[in-house]
Every structure is written in C-alpha cells, then in structure tokens.
Ligand binder design. Sequence first.
Ligand SMILES: *Cc1c(COP(=O)(O)O)cnc(C)c1O
Length: 368
Amino acid sequence: MNVPFLDLRRQYLSIKKEINLVIQKVIDDSAFILGNYVGEFEKNFANYCNAKHCIGVNSGTSALRLALMAAGIKQGDEIILPPNTFIATAEAISLVNAKPVFVDIDQESFNIDPKKIEVAITPKTKAIIPVDLYGQPADLDPIIEIAEKNNLKVIEDACQAHGAEYKNKKTGSISEITCFSFYPGKNLGAYGEGGAVVTNNEEFAEKIRMLRDHGQAKKHHHKIIGDNCRLEGIQGAVLNVKLKYLDVWIEKRRKNVEVYNRLLKDAEVLTPKEEGYAKHVYHLYVILTEKRSRLIQHLNDNGVLTSMHYPVPIHLQPAYSHLGLKEGSFKVTENFTKKIVSLPMFAELSEEEIVYVAEKIKESSANS
Ligand SMILES: *Cc1c(COP(=O)(O)O)cnc(C)c1O
C-alpha cells in the first residue's frame, strides 16, 4: 500500500464543484486582489476566531513581519521565540532588523517553556512570539502574564493552529495579535500563498491594513511606508468555501489521532499528548523514536511517506550562525529534534491507511 504524507487532491475532489464555481466567479468579476471575496473571508474568519478584526495578507511570514512592524519593533530590539519552529518565525524578526532570542521548549508540550522566559528578558526585549506548534496552543496564560508584567507584546504564531483552543478560547481571540498562514498544506489552506493577522485591537488592525497595501490610508494617500502583502481574490474565495468545512476536517483529524494513538500504544514510540488546557488540531502528528533512521527507512520501503518538523533547530541553521549559538544551547529542543518523525496526517486519511502505517511501525521495532 502507498500512504502519502499529505494528499490535497482528496480534499479538493470533495468540494470540487463549489471551488471551481467560486474561482470562475472571481475571474468573471476580475476581483483579483483584495476586494469583496477577500473582505467576505476576513469577516468570516474573524467571526470564526471570535475576534474583531482579520486582515488578509499574502503569507504567514508576511503576517508575522507586518505584526512586528505594526508593533513598532525596530533595529536592536529583542524578540523571544522557541528554537523549535518553522524558520519563518525567526525570519520575520530578522527582516525588521530585530534580534531573535531563543527560549527552550517544554518536555511535554514541545512548545516554548514559560518558566524559562523571564531569564531571557533584557531591557531590549519588546515582544514574545509563542508558537502553537503542530496545532497545539502554547501555554498562553503564563506567557501573557509575563508579557504584561514586563510591558511586552505577545504576537502568537498560530500558523499551524487554526481552530485550536486554549482553555476553551479559540486561537485569534487570546493574544493581542495572532498570525495565521494559509499555505496549501495548512489545516486551512489556500490554492496558493496566503496568511492573516487577527486582533481585537482597532489601532493595530488599521496599521496592518495600511502596511499590507503600500501604507495607504485611502487611495493615493500613503500615510506610512508599507509593502505589497495583499491577499488575492481567488485565495479569499477558496478560503471562504473551505472555512465552512474546517471544523469537520479538524474532527476527522482528531479521530485519526485516536486511531493512531490506540494502535501505537504498545509500540516503541512516544505518541503526542494533548495538554489539559488545549484543544489540539493536529496539523502534524509527530511521534518520537530512539531509532529514527531505521523507522523512516522501513516506512519508506513499505510505501509510507513521512517528514520531520523540524530536524535542525533554528539556532543551528547556517543562516543564524552569526548568533554564535552552538549545539548544547537548548538541550530539550536539540534532544527532541533528533527523535521526531511526522506521520501521514490529514482529514481524508482512511482508517485502513492508519492501520497499515501502525503495523509497519510495530514491524520496524520488532525487527530491531
Ligand atoms: C507555515 C508557517 C509559517 C509561515 O507561513 P507561510 O505562509 O509559509 O509564510 C510561520 N510559522 C509557522 C509555525 C508555520 O508553520
């Protein structure tokens, strides 16, 4: 059997008629950039998140960068983030000439460890970016408390966590600013690039709206220096169709996780844990194994595709060598990244496929 890591075509086929129709409408209306389709999606996604404002942009990376710009982050400022995230979280900081300051992750949740944040704060620290890795919100209450005490902004990276909950509150309604990505493979994915900033802060929303469109307050009136980070009409229209199904797709992912967890209980791997405060949306299903290369090889040999998120932590990437952070700087992260394997995970994955993957995982440890 062949089990893909992710199969976007299955999802498309389930909503093909609606998608094709709406894309045709965008073309008929020539509503290619921003416009009504994007506006409608922004309204619906803000509602979905229980937040006041959603500003559609052209990627999750842009969402993070514009959020930092709107927060007034400038050269020399320090921003706290975990080293175990997609590189874009750090890049957004570097692109506004600020300095990423890493704080190690917690052993259990694999998200930033709130207990290690305060020692990393200096007079230059301006913001914390907690990342809701794999679809599970970071432990946000203590983070927000530390931020308030130290006069810092919290810019949440929920690029993997659309619809996830922290203490029964949806991502987008918790931190002052939350950033999302609609990269095609994300739980809510466009048919191209896309992202959004979600906030309850009116002033902030206004600023992001200007920044994404050349600093325009109104047409031909450029109040500040901005950029071109606009969301396309086709993406807004596609996202609007897909948003209606997001909760159903999340439940299917959670069902798939139940099956995986049950079947892997007696395997020599560690399965992910949902924290008591969280509703995990399982953008990724990541297991830990002491025998990674053998497991990946055995799965690949049997037609099962896997991935790793992320095998090299950011502080050990060549792009960040100038920070001078050597192996040993963040032990929990480093230890973790050597054991991780991301298994096939998407809503349309069949039980038969999961049973097959689990079988092959057990076979691999039995052969050792
Ligand atoms: C995907 C992702 C991003 C970047 O989003 P893009 O839309 O690809 O620019 C940022 N942070 C995290 C944690 C992500 O998973």
